[in-house]
Structures are given as structure tokens and as C-alpha cells.
Design a protein around this ligand. Structure first.
Ligand SMILES: [Zn+2]
Length: 247
């Protein structure tokens, strides 16, 4: 199954977008190189093929600079699973917050006061996926699937899954997106095949990920990356609008 098929089958909100799904990891040989050994791209930023933009959060007019999340506890099957997810998610958010790129993730206790929710989903076509996120131009929720919280996965691996999805939420694409032609996406600065945005087992939040996200968020709204303009999106409280992630 291709990423696109997997994506369309599991999340109707982002048809036409490069998938944000964090899949069950493939063997490294599958993902390490493409196109005859072309190195994978370090950080990759996205655009919708109809719009030709690189979406990003507006941290200029939103001086609060907080992306607020709510953990939807009652979607989790039991307390142990919830605590496992919560602890990994808090660690992942803290790791991105330490980057100090201009936006921080902060938990809120009221569902309507959040920009996005963290949800758990059990089954269906998503059974082989770990998690799904979203991009700044298409706010939604972050879903962790049963496989993502499997007892066979370490706490560190779960934290990396959340760091990867939070990477999408701040605007990053898969770091193999350009090489695989997953959708219109552009390379920004260098390459690092072990980026948190890769599917490698060894992936982690790299120094290059941190430096380049900082550089990305320092650019002017409208500035061009690979000929495609950055477009800033306002942070809108999720409120009671329809729960797209449940679709
Ligand atoms: Zn992904």
C-alpha cells in the first residue's frame, strides 16, 4: 500500500495532502535512500498542490506564541495506556519547546480552550499506523493508534512518534517527501537521513532539525523557499467545531 492510499484510507481530512501518518517502521533499507542513493532531505516543508504555499503558524500577530493541546482522556481504553501516552507526549512537547523556535506546546485542561486534541483510536484501517498529525493550513487533531502504543514499543519510541507528529504540526513534511515525490514539497537547507521526520529506526530530533526549524520560523511571512511562499496561518481555538479527526 502506498503512503497515499494508506493516508486516504485513514484520514479524510487531508486528502490531497502529503500523508502525515507515522507508519509502522519499514526496514531501514526501504527508507534510507531513494533514486539511486540520493541522500534524504534534512528538513522538508510542504505545500498543497492547489495552492503552492509553505504553511506555517503565525507567531508574529499571535504574541502568545502557544499551541495549546488537550488530551482527550476518555478516548483512551484504560488508565495505564493513557498515562503511557501522556508521559511520552509531554516529553515530546518538552523536546520541541526546548528548541525555542518561537512557538511552544502547552497543555490545557479544557477541551474548548485548545488548538488541537490528542486522541486515541483503536482499529479499522488505521491498525497498521502509529499516529496521524496535521499541517498548519489544515488544523485537526493528533491521533495515536493502538499500534503506536503497543506494549512492544519502548517509551522512547513512542516519544519519537509524538515528536514526529508535532513536527508535522509545526509545518514539517516527511524528510523523504521530495525524493519520493509524496506531494509538492520543498527542501530547506541541508540533509539528514536521521531527522525526526524520517521513518528510520534511529531517527531523533537532530541538531539540524532544531537549527533549521528555528531558521524557518525566523523568515518573513511570504518569503520564498524553493520559489514557494511561506504563508502564515492564525492559531484558532478548536472550540466545538466538528471533530474532523473522527471522520
Ligand atoms: Zn509523518
Amino acid at each position: 500500500m502506498s503512503d497515499s492510499e494508506a493516508f486516504i484510507g485513514s484520514c479524510k481530512t487531508q486528502i490531497g495532502f502529503e500523508p502525515t501518518i507515522d507508519r509502522v517502521l519499514e526496514p531501514a533499507s526501504e527508507t534510507s535512500t531513494r533514486s539511486g542513493g540520493t541522500p534524504l532531505h534534512r528538513i522538508v516543508l510542504g505545500s498543497h498542490d492547489g495552492k503552492k504555499i509553505v504553511p506555517r503558524w503565525d507567531i508574529v500577530t499571535h504574541s502568545d506564541r502557544k499551541l495549546l493541546y488537550f488530551i482527550h482522556e476518555r478516548t483512551f481504553p484504560d488508565t495505564a495506556t493513557l498515562h503511557r501516552a501522556e508521559s511520552a507526549f509531554h516529553a515530546a512537547a518538552a523536546a520541541w519547546n526546548d528548541v525555542d523556535f518561537g512557538l511552544v506546546f502547552e497543555e490545557v485542561r479544557e477541551a474548548s480552550a485548545a488548538h488541537f486534541h490528542l486522541l486515541y483510536k483503536e482499529m479499522g484501517k488505521d491498525a497498521r499506523h502509529l499516529a496521524t498529525g496535521f499541517f498548519p493550513n489544515e488544523p485537526s487533531d493528533l491521533t495515536i493508534y493502538k499500534a503506536g502504543l503497543s506494549t512492544s514499543r519502548s517509551d522512547g519510541a513512542i516519544k519519537k512518534t509524538f515528536m514526529h507528529e508535532l513536527g508535522h504540526i509545526i509545518g514539517l513534511r516527511h524528510e523523504h517527501a521530495v525524493a519520493r515525490g509524496e506531494s509538492e514539497s520543498v527542501r530547506f537547507l541541508g540533509t539528514n537521513e536521521f531527522s525526526i521526520m524520517s521513518y528510520r529506526d534511529e531517527r531523533d530530533l537532530q541538531k539540524s532539525d532544531k537549527e533549521e526549524v528555528k531558521a524557518f520560523y525566523k523568515m518573513q511571512n511570504g518569503a520564498l523557499i524553493g520559489g514557494i511562499p511561506i504563508q502564515d496561518y492564525p492559531l484558532v481555538l478548536r472550540g466545538s467545531k466538528s471533530q474532523k479527526a473522527d471522520a
